[in-house]
Structure formats: C-alpha cells, structure tokens
Design a protein around this ligand. Structure first.
Ligand code: UD1
Ligand code: CA
Length: 466
C-alpha cells in the first residue's frame, strides 16, 4: 500500500517488567515482541515503517538489525503518546496518505484485523479510526465515550469520572490517521490531565469538535489487542501465541500427540504427516519435512530436517542439517554445523560437533565426532572418539567412504583414513591410514596357558606355609 505509513511506539520504559533491557525486545515464542508487530505490519506492504524509540533505544535497534527498511526516530524525554507520534514529523511530513499507529508491546494483532481497520477507515472517509474492544476488566485502559452511538472522546483511567469507570469498551491504542492535518493537531495537544502528558487519545475529542470524522472498529477477539506490561502478561500472551501456532500446524497436517506440552516457535515449519511426541521444543528457524517422527523430550533449534526423519526420545539438535530418512537417538546430541546425509544413523549417547556424517553411515553408540568429515557407508563403532583438540587448536579428522572404525578407537587429528580402510578395535590412530588397509594400533595380546591353575596352587602353598 503506497499511501500507508506504519508508526510503532516503543519509547516507553516498561518499568513493570523489572528488566535491564527494553520491554519490546523481550522474546515472545522466539521473537522480540516488537518483531511480531513489524512482521504483521510488513504483510500490508506499507510505504514506510517508523519505530519511535527512547528508553533502551539501542536494544531495540539491535533487535531489529535484520529489518533494514525500518526507520527509527528518538523520543526524549517521553512526554506521552501524542508527543511520541509528533516525533515522526521530520520523516513523515509532506508524505501523502495515512498513518497506521501500532505499539511495540501489543504483539498479537492479526493482519486480518489491521485490514478491517483500514477498510473501515477508507469506506467511511474518516480522518481518524480507532480500534476498540469490549473487555471483561477494563481497568487501566482508556474508555470509549459514545454519544448516541458515535464516539465523542476517550477518557483515561486516571481521568475518568463518575460512571465512566464502568464502561467496558476500551481504546486499544491502535488507530489510523489521515496525514493531512495530523501534525498540526498533535502540536495543539495540551497536558491538562492527571498524568501531565500529551495524550494521543485527546485527538478524538479535538477532531469531533472540529468536524473531522472519527470512526471506530470494535474488534471481536479482545485478546488481539492485549499489551505486555509484566512478565505475567508475557507468559499469558506466549500461551495464546503457542496455541495459535499449534492450531496452525495441526490444521496443516501435523499430529501433536500432546499439544499442550509442545513448544513451537512462531516461524517453525513442519511438513504433513509428521508426528510430534510430548514435551518437544522446536525453536528458531527450524524446518521439518513431511513424515518425520519426533520423540518425547527432544529439542530442535535452528535446524533443517528432510523427509521421513526419525528422532527418538531426548535428543538435542542445534543448527544442524539432517537429510531424508535419517534416524537419531535416543539421547543423541548434534551441536552446531553438523550434517547427516540421507539414511545416516546416530544412536544413543553420540555427540557430533561441526561434523558431516555421509549417506547411510552409522555411529550407533557412545561416540564423540568433532570437526570430522565422514563419507558414505562408514561404520563408526561404539565408543569411537575423534581427538580434535590439542589444547590449543582444533584439527580435522577425515574418514572416507566405506571405512570401518572398530569400537573404542581414538583418531588423533589431524588424521585421514582412506576409502575402504579398517581400523582395528581399541586402536589409537595417529598417522594417516592408506585406502583399503587395516590399521592396528594397540599392544599385542599374550595368552599364558594354564596361568589360572598355577596361580591357584601358588596361593595354596603360601597359605600352608603360614
Ligand atoms: C494508552 C492509551 C489508552 C489505551 C492504552 C492501550 C493514551 C494516552 N492512552 O495508555 O487509552 O487504552 O494505551 O494499551 O494514549 N509510549 C511512547 N512514548 C511515550 C509514552 C508511551 O513511545 O511518551 C509508548 C509506550 O512504549 C507503549 C505505548 O506508547 O508502547 C503505550 O504507552 P503506555 O504508557 O503504556 O499507555 P497507556 O497508559 O497504557
Ligand atoms: Ca500500556
């Protein structure tokens, strides 16, 4: 929408969060509060997005580093919501169209609602349109005062008079304004109220007085306009958002065996017929393909899984890529930059770090594979360890296609095992192993015939001598 300018207020202190960082950067289901607002607004393709910052401005800028088109204006000191919007004058004066005003701490608004608000504004040729909601407990909100059904003013909690406290239709704080005349009107706001602030809400009465049309859009689901003031609000909104995400996934063909116990971040994508067990946490930029099974208690962060991957109970997978048909766990740990080729298997108590395990290779039990590049069809025996760290730097282990590494072997990096080679169980490999050869690096076995019997009679003789 070329004539739409989004402004997001985020200069307030958020005192009740009791936090060293700005309220709007606190994460809600994996994203900063304000990013939820920006993502929703961005769907409308506005001409500009401007964020008004003040307290914790640097936190807010840092949290939005991935949004290069978002502009910032600083409000200092913070003299109220009317004063906050006035700070956008240098970037918006002279522009055509209208402003959609949002709050950085009201993260659950949907694109649908914003579209309805803009439609109402347009179809009624209003100068100002207010999004309102009827809530069970209106305490703390501005109340909508109507006269014969039409909005005439908004009164804040602390300024409300006799009878006005009982009004349950509240101001969401979300509005659409025509730019034409906006900054003049903001400059004429006064501070004759209980908080001594420039109230944006006073534009309603001012507009009605001057004959500019003011409209409202009452919203059906008041949860959408809930703001975050405390960490209790944050937890409640998190639950709402998680519910939305779980519903979205289930309707898209994902089975959640115990939905309430599954935590899925907002941006996670999951293919059809994937089954998620109880107590699974899927976070960040995670994508799961179709037909996967994710066992109870598993956590997957910023990782991509192909189709038909089975992850058994209690695995931790971080910043890794897993191709089709792999099997992991129980109790496997994939640390950042690990990659499993199609059909690979990683079993219990196996840890990978910055390691590629090629197609159909297996590391089924008790192994540590770090900084390793492992080819296809390799068998890593139980208890194998890549010794990648010499106390100063990390070194690479290369294990080529078709290699068999016997149980309880150590590979002291840097070291290279050529294709088709065998490493005998219990070996400590410190030199490269040529293709197709057998490396044995352990002491020879000696068998002493009849030793046990000789020992027994020796002990008996000693006993008699005493
Ligand atoms: C405001 C509304 C109230 C509405 C409520 C909805 C006013 C006067 N009142 O009240 O009618 O019901 O929101 O949540 O507008 N902010 C700034 N700079 C400032 C002051 C505030 O950027 O100087 C930002 C805050 O960071 C916050 C938003 O504006 O994101 C709302 O401010 P807040 O102080 O919470 O307003 P309320 O008193 O809740
Ligand atoms: Ca508020």
């Amino acid at each position: 929408m070329t004539n739409l300018h989004v402004v997001i207020l985020a200069a307030g202190k958020g005192t009740r969060m009791k936090s060293a960082v700005s309220k709007v950067v606190h994460p809600l289901a994996g994203r900063p509060l304000i990013e939820h607002v920006i993502r929703t607004a961005a769907v409308l393709e506005p001409a500009t997005i401007t964020v008004v910052v003040g307290h914790g401005a640097d936190d807010v800028r840092a949290a939005l580093a991935n949004w290069p088109n978002v502009r910032f204006v600083v409000q200092s000191p913070q003299l109220g919501t009317g004063h906050a919007l006035l700070q956008t004058e240098p970037v918006l004066a002279g522009q055509q169209g209208r402003v959609l005003l949002l709050y950085g701490d009201v993260p659950l608004l949907t694109v649908d609602t914003l579209r309805q608000l803009l439609d109402r504004h347009q179809s009624t040729s209003a100068w100002l349109t207010v999004l309102t909601a009827t809530v069970p407990d209106p305490y703390g909100y501005g109340r909508i005062i109507r006269d014969q059904g039409r909005i005439v003013r908004i009164v804040e909690e602390r300024d409300a008079g006799e009878g006005e406290h009982a009004i349950r239709e509240i101001n969401s704080g979300i509005y659409v304004f025509e730019l034409d005349g906006l900054f003049g009107a903001l400059r004429s706001l006064a501070t004759d109220n209980a908080q001594g602030e420039y109230y944006l809400t006073d534009l309603v009465a001012g507009s009605v007085r001057e004959g500019r049309r003011v409209e409202t859009l009452p919203i059906a689901d008041h949860v959408e306009v809930r703001g975050v003031n405390t960490r209790v609000d944050l937890a409640e909104l998190t639950r709402v958002l998680r519910d939305r995400t779980r519903r979205r996934l289930m309707l898209a063909g994902v089975t959640l065996e115990n939905p309430d116990s599954v935590y899925v971040d907002d941006g996670v994508e999951i293919g059809e017929d994937t089954v998620i067990g109880p107590n699974v946490v899927l976070s960040g930029a995670t994508r799961l393909g179709p037909g996967c099974r994710i066992g109870p208690g598993t956590r997957i962060t910023d990782s991509v899984l192909g189709a038909g991957v089975t992850v058994l109970d209690h695995c931790v997978i971080v910043q890794s890529t897993i191709d089709d048909g792999c099997t992991l766990g129980p109790f496997a740990h994939l640390r950042p930059e690990s990659r499993l080729g199609a059909g690979a298997r990683v079993g219990n108590f196996v840890e990978l770090k910055k390691t590629t395990l090629g197609p159909n290779s297996k590391a089924n039990h008790l192994a540590y594979l770090g900084d390793a590049v492992i080819g296809a069809n390799v068998n890593i025996g139980a208890g194998v360890i890549t010794c990648n760290y010499d106390g100063v730097s990390k070194h690479q282990t290369r294990i080529d296609d078709g290699v068999f590494v016997g149980s309880d072997s150590q590979l002291v990096a840097p070291v290279h095992v050529g294709p088709g080679a065998y490493v005998a169980a219990g070996s400590t490999i410190t030199r490269d192993v040529p293709p197709g050869s057998l490396a044995v690096a352990r002491s020879h076995q000696i068998n002493k015939d009849g030793w046990a019997e000789r020992r027994a009679s020796r002990l008996k003789d000693k006993d008699k001598a005493r």
